[in-house]
Design a protein around this ligand. Structure first.
Ligand SMILES: [Zn+2]
Ligand SMILES: [Zn+2]
Length: 212
């Protein structure tokens, strides 16, 4: 006995069925429940988008992750996109098998400052590296810090001329300490209380280095 779809009258001899309904009606019903507008946060300074909890380059893969986050348990495959329109294939497991439907969405970009750009904008720094002594070695050290921080997505917030050297303000104290120890240098370290955040004392570290 063939089954007939109660919505469109299609028979199970001609079409695949998911429970009582034919494939195309099941897909249509499934598609109707999907979001049409997807809101994605995009940094107005660096262009990174929020994908999977952090900001990342707007690659196809990251865009797919950012869109997919808003489809709950459904799996999303990004077929193509242009400007703010994106074509997707969305699939969902049912008791009668997996349904995959093509779906189009409009991406609404929300202008934000990502955490890193926000920190840069307010000259955020966790540590100061005080460099004194030989100018040439100081400059080489600053180049190293700059490269190392860049590579690890952190930054130098400012460099100030000081008596007999330079003060380099950096965004991440753990990274500063790591680099200094990797270079087998032995700084004089001091800590200044900078404030309290969520009940925890926040210290600014100062690493003083002297180059002969
Ligand atoms: Zn049908
Ligand atoms: Zn940014």
């Amino acid at each position: 006995m063939p089954k007939y779809c109660p919505t469109c009258g299609n028979s199970s001899e001609k079409s695949r069925f998911f429970g009582n309904f034919c494939e195309s009606c099941t897909k249509e019903k499934f598609s109707k429940g999907l979001p049409l507008i997807i809101s994605i946060s995009r940094c107005k300074r660096c262009g990174k988008i929020k994908a999977g909890g952090s900001y990342a380059d707007p690659t196809t893969r990251n865009l797919e992750i950012a869109i997919g986050q808003q489809f709950g348990k459904n799996r999303v495959y990004l077929i193509e996109y242009e400007g703010s329109r994106a074509k997707l294939e969305v699939s969902f497991d049912t008791d009668h098998g997996t349904i995959a439907a093509n779906h189009e969405v409009e991406i609404a970009y929300k202008k934000v400052l990502c955490e890193m750009c926000y920190k840069k904008a307010c000259n955020y720094h966790e540590a100061v590296i005080q460099l004194r002594g030989n100018n040439h070695r100081i400059n080489r050290f600053i180049e190293k810090v700059s490269r190392y921080f860049d590579l690890n997505n952190e930054f130098i917030s400012k460099i100030e001329q000081a008596d007999n050297g330079m003060d380099v303000y950096v965004s991440n104290k753990r990274m500063a300490a790591g680099l200094i120890s990797k270079m087998k240098l032995h700084p004089t370290t001091s800590f200044t209380l900078a404030g309290v955040k969520n009940g925890k004392r926040i210290y600014k570290n100062t690493y003083a280095l002297h180059f002969e």
